[in-house]
Design a protein. Structure first.
Length: 160
């Protein structure tokens, strides 16, 4: 995650999005753009979590549905549904379908705790930590590089 110096407090900057009524955060440095839901062209014989591809300014970009990727029930698309276009290591772009994007926020590093081993809702390798934003609000911070690498390997394995 991007670290910012602010006195003695180190901060990270994240994009916060919703998925199945929970808040998730990803490093803003990995986000290329956030776009409204648009038509997606289905590609035959791809894993269920790959919705298809979009033409993003002349570049064919695969689109992953995070509901399906995380084993959550698939949600209906609404006017709040967004595609977060992110850059993978190596420069490849991938779109991530989420329920909505709420904000960009800075978090002090000390507000982030490692995930508990008891929490098994998502493969723990994908979770960088849990940020306590307020007494009643938590944000699950995803390790986007690990998530996208595992997603690529899963897709390649399914195609074999």
């Amino acid at each position: 995650m991007q670290e910012q110096g602010k006195g003695s407090t180190r901060e990270i900057q994240i994009v916060v999005f919703q998925l199945a009524k929970e808040s998730y955060g990803i490093d803003i440095a990995k986000v290329q753009e956030i776009k409204a839901m648009s038509p997606i062209t289905a590609v035959p014989r791809t894993p269920a979590f790959i919705e298809g591809v979009i033409n993003l300014r002349g570049q064919i970009t695969p689109v992953v549905n995070l509901h399906t990727r995380f084993g959550l029930p698939k949600a209906e698309y609404t006017k709040e549904t967004r595609i977060i276009v992110v850059n993978m290591e190596g420069g490849e772009r991938v779109g991530l379908i989420v329920d909505g994007v709420s904000e960009v926020m800075r978090l002090p590093e000390e507000s982030i705790e490692p995930p508990s081993e008891l929490v098994a809702t998502i493969d723990s390798d994908f979770v960088r930590g849990i940020a306590k934003v307020s007494d009643e609000r938590l944000v699950i911070l995803l390790d986007l590089d690990k998530l996208l690498k595992a997603t690529r390997e899963l897709a390649i394995g399914a195609a074999a």
